[in-house]
Write a protein that binds this ligand. Structure first.
Ligand code: SAH
Length: 346
């Protein structure tokens, strides 16, 4: 069965020609799909025979809400979506003063192995299709009734480990006949997959790149992020400089503060040294406790921030949303999996 929602308009036109239908039908179907149509039967401006023909050849991805938790503190909503093959993924909807931001997953699980992250504990199951990423935005908007203005690819998975589908998703969600969300309203977060960053730089996308840095020195970074053994942090900084030169876009560096591991002043000094010549922004994240991990939240967030700022580095400390609903980093999916396996840890 053809995953028709993963097609861009051009591909859909070609597809309609191939099945002997006029290509203008493509735009009609594209529009229906991007408004959240769940079946071809809903597409009332298509002839019944065509609807029937399409439903025999194509499938329309539609996730179902397996769980939904709404924070009483700040209105954050966390969805656990069940996909058509029974896999579950998380999406988080957050309210900011500048609008609603949705944080979406790019893979079922993750194989990057960061030592502090819940999403990677059981490895990667599979990549998400472009349609499954689009669905997270589309059905979160439809279910919540809140207009989504910003997207962050910061949920479960490593977007640059699923590059082609992610790029296709960006094209779809950005399309003016679809959700029409501007590239400048989209952030992509990576643990540092260098060829992927290089590719984005060449494309001159206007999206915001977030790099999960978490340590500026090879030794510490390799200890907490296995990806560093393949793509060393020195080379990562080099590619970030190239990215800035090529796109003119400021990179945001994510830095989860871990007690006694990456919160020393010398590490702040090293960040400043490596960023010299580039207007980076460091987002300090109070570490979320993950049951499976031995790491504890740092008590030096303010001191570390001060040290960075003394070097002229722009910093923020991430405001934590949805603290009452396990809204971070693969925690809800883990919980659901554990309950399924009947070994839920309290
Ligand atoms: N794979 C991508 C995107 C998903 S993770 C990446 O690595 O960037 C989204 C962000 O949450 C990353 O910066 C990740 O390092 C961070 N993160 C993961 N577990 C965390 C935890 N326990 N506490 C704080 N931040 C965490």
């Amino acid at each position: 069965m053809v995953d028709i929602k993963s097609m861009n308009l051009e591909e859909m036109r070609t597809y309609f020609q191939e099945i002997g239908e006029p290509s203008f039908r493509a735009k009609q179907v594209f529009t229906w799909l991007h408004r959240g149509a769940r079946s071809f039967d809903e597409m009332s401006n298509l002839a019944k025979v065509l609807r029937c023909k399409l439903s025999q050849a194509c499938r329309i991805t539609v996730p179902t809400v397996a769980r939904k938790q709404e924070s009483r503190l700040d209105g954050t909503i966390k969805y656990l979506w069940e996909l058509q093959d029974g896999n579950c993924i998380e999406t988080v909807l957050m309210k900011y003063h500048h609008g609603n931001t949705v944080c979406i997953s790019s893979q079922v699980g993750c194989r990057m192995g960061c030592a502090f992250c819940a999403s990677t504990v059981a490895g990667r199951v599979r990549d998400l299709t472009a349609s499954e990423m689009l669905d997270q935005v589309l059905f979160t908007q439809l279910d919540s009734g809140r207009q989504i203005s910003n997207i962050v690819l910061m949920g479960i998975g490593e977007p640059l480990d699923n590059r082609d589908n992610v790029l296709k998703f960006l094209e779809l969600v950005n399309h003016h006949d679809g959700m029409n969300i501007g590239m400048r309203h989209i952030s992509l977060s990576t643990c540092g997959v260098i060829p992927g960053i290089e590719y984005l730089a060449q494309q001159h996308f206007q999206l915001t790149l977030s790099v999960s840095l978490h340590a500026p020195d090879s030794e510490t970074r390799s200890r907490i992020m296995p990806v560093n053994k393949k793509y060393d942090v020195e080379e990562l900084f080099a590619v970030c400089h190239r990215y800035f030169e090529m796109t003119g876009r400021r990179i945001s560096f994510e830095y989860a503060m871990i007690d006694g591991v990456n919160d020393h002043d010398w590490q702040a000094d090293l960040i400043a040294k490596r960023l010299a010549g580039m207007p980076g922004h460091v987002n300090l994240i109070p570490l979320n406790n993950v049951v499976e991990s031995p790491f504890k939240p740092s008590r030096r967030v303010a001191a570390f921030q001060k040290r960075l700022e003394s070097h002229g580095i722009a910093t923020t400390v991430r405001r934590s949303l949805g603290g009452d609903i396990d809204a971070s980093c693969g925690q809800l999916r883990r919980k659901a999996l554990e309950e399924k396996e009947g070994n839920s840890r309290q």
